[in-house]
Every structure is written in structure tokens, then in C-alpha cells.
Design a protein around this ligand. Structure first.
Ligand code: PMP
Length: 366
């Protein structure tokens, strides 16, 4: 099958699998002082340093968590900030962790409105701003470094959810200048169930989970050493520049538009991740497209995976001002490290065939 749903989860990279298999064979609690424990501790700390270096951190102030969701919860609930601003297109793990947060609007391209943000910050009292580096549905990249500049001027902290950006574009914690940043292993070819919150060294954060003093007292519980090993190996593998994904994505967009000239690609005028396509086929429900592609051996999604199952209009497209009917005809196609030209051709062929059938039915009904 052509797996084109990397924004839901990316297949495990072989390097990550090898590192995990090796780590699974090793017994030792990283907090134990004996040799077995020290050996595992050394590997966990080496992984932490490799991840810190890959994201251009000046320190290795990283808290390993159970994934992006926990890292986002830790960031949003751990600073103690009372007045919080989040963009209207954040992942549920940000929105639900900060239910009283004010929403920063986005423009028609899906980019946060910096003028609105600047004006709101100037009225004072904002403790924390949380904006994702790249959106999971459209791939649109947000001007986080600029947001940080505006926020810091008014004394506000900044958190960036880089879950979808990490491993897909170069991400520098230093250049973004944020206090807190979320990443997740399974979006970049590591295992699911492991993520991290990157932070400024010495940042005063309150833990969510209490118990042992692991992770500098910020996350109780024995570290998941095998998952951490797989995470670091995947981060290393993802760091090797790969222009191929962007080339395949652009080719696929060309083929989709050739097959369905009436199609709309969302966020195309903005800076986007090189792997993501959010595209609507007019008149055909997203679920129908997902099923037709699935029958043809192509895996894509109708919006975000976490919210599929229920039919709802994408809040991301709604925030961009997309018409509700068109939004329900939008699917997300996301490529990744193992995508091929064959996958692209198969996807475009199946989508074009569906369009031809839909157009045939429309003619027959007329
Ligand atoms: N943030 C974004 C932008 C995401 O796309 C996701 C995954 N759907 C998450 C956070 C949550 O990450 P995890 O699945 O590791 O909890």
C-alpha cells in the first residue's frame, strides 16, 4: 500500500527499530546506582544530548514524556500562567489543556495574525503564548520567531508545539527563542508513546506527574529507555537533509490538480511543510475519498487522525474562513521518509478515477 498519512504517524525507521531492539535487551533502571543501572542511564543521557543537539539547544534541558500530548499539557499547565493566548488552529492537546485561553485568529492562508497578537499583547497581562510551528492538517508554518519577539517585548513566555515540524524541516530551538517546545517521536519515524518538552535551562516548570524525582523532578516514573533510544535514532536519521519528499509532494499536487482542475489546495500561498497536502474535491465528501483511496491501497486521512471517526468540520479550515461544505470535502495527504514516486502515482490515479466516477454520476443525474 501507499502509506501517505505520515502526519497521523510515520512508519518506524529501521535505525530506530535497531536501537530499540538493542535497548530492549538491556535490563537496568536508569536511577539504580549499580553498573546495570548506570549503563542504561548513560544511554538515556546520550540520547538526550543527541536530541538537544539536533534541535540546536544551548543545553540539554529536555523532559521526556509519553508523547506530544503530555508535553503540550506539561507546557500549558506547568508555567502557572493565568492569561494564555493560543492560535485558533492548535492541536486538541493544546486547546484542551488551556480551555480558558484566548484564541489568536489566523488569516485565509492559515497563518496567525501578528497584528492582532501585537495589539493584544500591548493591552498587557499575557503570561504565555502557545503557537504551533507547523499545522498538522495544512502543514502551514507559523512565524514563531516573530511571535517570540513580540511576546518577549511584553514579558510573555512562549511555547511552540513543533510536533509536526520536527524532523520535516530544520528546527532551531535557539533561533525560535521560545521557553518551551514540544516534539513527538512517532511523527518523525520513532516509536509512538514517547515525546519531549524542550525548555530553557532552569525554567521553573511545575510537574504534572508526581512521584519519583526522575527527569529533574519534572516527570515522575522510570524513563522508557528503549523508546528514548528509538526516539534519538529517529531524530538522527531525520536530520539528514532529504529534498526528495518536497519534490514528490509538488509532483503529487501537480497530478491532483491535473486530474481535478476544480480542486482546492489549502494554505498553498503560505510557507508549508514539504510533506503535506490539504486538498478538497468539490462535491465529494472527505470520507468517500478516504474510502475510495483505501480500496485502491492508498492511506490518507480526512483531517486530523485524532478527530476522525466523528464527522466534524475541521476547526483548522473553519478558522481559515473556508466554507463549511468545502471543508467537509477536504482530505489530508502527508508524505514522509519512505514515500516513493509509485505511491504518488497510485494516489493521483485513484483520486482522478474517483473524480471521473463522481462526474459520471453527476452527468447521469442531470
Ligand atoms: N501536536 C500536534 C500538532 C499533533 O499533530 C499531534 C499528533 N496528532 C500531537 C500534538 C500529539 O502528539 P502525540 O500523538 O505524540 O500525543
Amino acid at each position: 500500500t501507499a502509506y501517505l498519512d505520515h502526519n497521523a504517524t510515520s512508519p518506524l525507521r529501521p535505525q530506530a527499530r535497531d536501537a530499540m531492539v538493542a535497548a530492549l535487551a538491556e535490563c537496568g533502571n536508569p536511577s539504580s546506582p549499580h553498573a546495570a543501572g548506570r549503563a542504561v542511564r548513560a544511554r538515556v543521557e546520550a540520547a538526550r544530548r543527541r536530541i538537544a543537539a539536533a534541535f540546536d539547544m544551548p543545553s540539554d534541558a529536555i523532559v521526556f514524556t509519553s508523547g506530544g500530548t503530555e508535553a503540550n499539557n506539561l507546557a500549558l499547565r506547568g508555567t502557572g500562567a493565568v492569561t494564555v493566548l493560543v492560535s485558533g488552529i492548535e492541536h486538541d492537546s493544546v486547546l484542551e489543556a488551556a480551555p480558558r485561553a484566548e484564541r489568536i485568529p489566523v488569516d485565509g492562508n492559515g497563518v496567525v495574525d501578528l497584528a492582532w497578537l501585537e495589539a493584544r499583547l500591548a493591552t498587557g497581562g499575557v503570561g504565555l503564548v502557545s503557537v504551533m510551528l507547523a499545522n498538522n492538517e495544512t502543514g502551514v508554518i507559523q512565524p514563531v520567531a516573530e511571535i517570540t519577539r513580540l511576546a518577549h517585548r511584553e514579558g510573555a513566555l512562549v511555547h511552540a508545539d513543533a510536533t509536526q515540524a520536527a524532523g520535516r524541516i530544520p528546527v532551531s530551538f535557539t533561533d525560535l527563542d521560545v521557553e518551551l517546545m514540544t516534539i513527538s517521536a512517532h511523527k518523525l519515524g520513532g516509536p509512538p508513546g514517547i515525546g519531549a518538552l524542550l525548555m530553557q535551562e532552569g525554567f521553573p516548570l511545575r510537574p504534572l506527574l508526581r512521584g519519583g524525582r526522575q527527569e529533574n523532578g519534572l516527570r515522575a516514573g522510570t524513563e522508557n529507555a528503549p523508546a528514548i533510544a528509538g526516539f534519538a535514532a529517529a531524530v538522527d536519521a531525520a536530520a539528514a537533509p532529504d529534498a526528495g519528499v518536497g519534490v514528490l509532494r509538488d509532483r503529487l499536487e501537480g497530478l491532483l490538480l491535473a486530474a481535478v482542475p476544480e480542486a482546492t489546495i489549502f494554505g498553498r500561498a503560505a510557507e508549508r511543510l514539504p510533506n503535506t497536502i490539504a486538498v478538497a474535491m468539490p462535491g465529494v465528501p472527505a470520507e468517500t475519498q478516504v474510502m475510495a483511496l483505501d480500496l485502491a491501497g492508498v492511506a490518507v486521512s480526512a483531517g486530523a487522525a485524532c478527530s476522525s471517526g466523528k464527522v466534524r468540520t475541521s476547526p483548522v479550515l473553519a478558522a481559515m474562513g473556508v466554507d463549511a461544505a468545502l471543508a467537509r470535502q477536504a482530505i489530508r495527504i502527508s508524505l514522509g521518509w519512505n514515500s516513493t514516486a509509485d505511491d504518488v502515482a497510485r494516489c493521483a490515479d485513484a483520486w482522478g478515477a474517483l473524480w471521473a466516477r463522481a462526474a459520471g454520476r453527476a452527468r447521469a443525474a442531470a
